[in-house]
Ligand binder design. Sequence first.
Ligand code: AHR
Length: 630
Amino acid sequence: TDYSIDIDPSATGPRISDQMYGIFMEDINHAADGGLYAELVQNRSFEYSTADNENYTSMTAWEEISTGKANVQAEVVNDDGRLNERNRNYLRVVLPADGGEYGVANSGYSTGITVTEGEEYDFSVWAKSPGRAAPLTVRLHDAQGDPLAEPLALEVQGDWARYTGTLTATGSSTTGRLSVTGSGGGVLGLDMVSLFPRETFKGRENGLRTDIAEKIAALDPGFVRFPGGCLVNTGSHEAYEAPDWPRERSFQWKDTVGPVEERATNHNFWGYNQSYGLGYYEYFQFADDLGAMPLPVVPALVTGCGENRATDDPELLRRHIQDTLDLIEFANGPADSEWGGVRAEMGHPEPFGLTHVQVGNEENLPEEFFERFLRFRDAIEAEYPDITVVGNSGPASGGSVFERAWELNREHGVAMVDEHYYNSPAWFLANNERYDSYDREGPDVYLGEFASQGNQFSNALAEAAYMTGLERNADVVKMVSYAPLLAAEWNTQWTPDMIWFDNSTSWGSANYEVQRLFSTNTGDRVVPSTASGTPGVGGPITGAVGLSTWNTSAEYDDVRVTSADGEALLTDDFSSGADQWTHITGAGNWTVENGAYVQTETSGENTMVTAGDPGWTDYDLEVTATKREG
Ligand code: AHR
């Protein structure tokens, strides 16, 4: 009631850039494979391996099928007859000449392939049948075997070649299967078995799932940071070396471009296999389609995300620096340059207009990181003086590494520093002024990852409140992205997330709506304002005051909160994976009248309050927790 905001329209605050709000896309929570990347077949090239994940085999998501009398003889092999040196495994199927069909069926991700009646699906496979022409039948059916499309009849003959066809769905299912069978004798080789919905975002081949991409597009992002995160700066930095090349290596862009069947696959930091079908070209194309600035992140040979290794290998460092220069040529070089030519060959002769490159992500060893970061920056600036090289402030948890990283960033005049933090809503509410005191002469800030720890309305509200402080400081905070962006409901390594999906649909969280609100209503300039009075006076306060725990890192067990006089207020072993809440003041509905609390209603749980006195109690709290082994 007694509250006002005074604005002086003639006063000029900082400019807000059109690129202020963007997205950070990392393949975590199956964001790419099984999510944004529209490929419906899981493990399409039979490269899954138990060495990567104990739940994987080279036949993950595949089952053998036959209509004949003999047992199916289908085996994943890696021999001289392979498709190519990067795509080493393939399926060898023996076809008895008994009139039956023999082959395999793929169940896609999670419950199965989502098939929608009337939609078209593009099938492709690399196959070989030395010696004789083998009939190949491709079917879409549900988990019970009931058909979902007219079968597709192909004929395979000779050495490896790509075969394609279209399946039009005659029914709908969320448990779809794609089966590929041969018959009539001989031996069939199969690899890169693929099924895409005809409809992809902007109609791109090897494209993106429309519903998810459209939700991202509705954010109207100013930039797209990709591909990680921990995905980038963890794992081995070695070069690809067939046949025993180290899997679980850092995300290196050259592995992810060119024809999809020639791209390596990898086991990623988040515990599952990446097909690299959504690779650097597709990321650049996506940014282009969104009208957003691309911001690739390259590894700097120092690991982060719980790994503390700095690789001391001058030749390896030289290669990574050269790879980064080649990346800039891939994005911006003319079509007749070596890497610009690769881009043109893939379908984009025009440059992608790269202006920023980020080197590293959350490194835990600031001195070692800076030594290498400066080598990258010197090399980039020597060849591409217009490219902005973005650094970072170390681990998300902050602390002494964060402080030291900031010192080094300032000392070396880094243009822009990427900060990350995941905190409680209370932290966000209490830290609105964080950037008011940042040095205006120092590096720009890119808030590359942030979230309050939950997907509830209150989290979104705390983020919104915090973002007013980011915007007020738009002269320092130049770019902002919530993280993580995407999560498969059926395989989540990190919560909260902005956009959720299953195989059929996707939905934005309350946090998504806040991001959309800000990113689609970006002003040109901050107009300084002052507020008077206390917002909330006269408004109802509903609920309880309490304590909650939220274990994001899964690092701690057995959390106990005790009051100073020994009262156990909360114990949480996180066995359910959920957070825990306990009331410490009781629940109730309150209004404030003349500055005093008045309870207008009581609930069964409310034991402590009387009208005019909510019963606030000061607690001195003791918090203990046990660090989990490993
Ligand atoms: O967003 C999830 C992870 O959080 C990112 O991979 C990493 O950069 C940060 O620690």
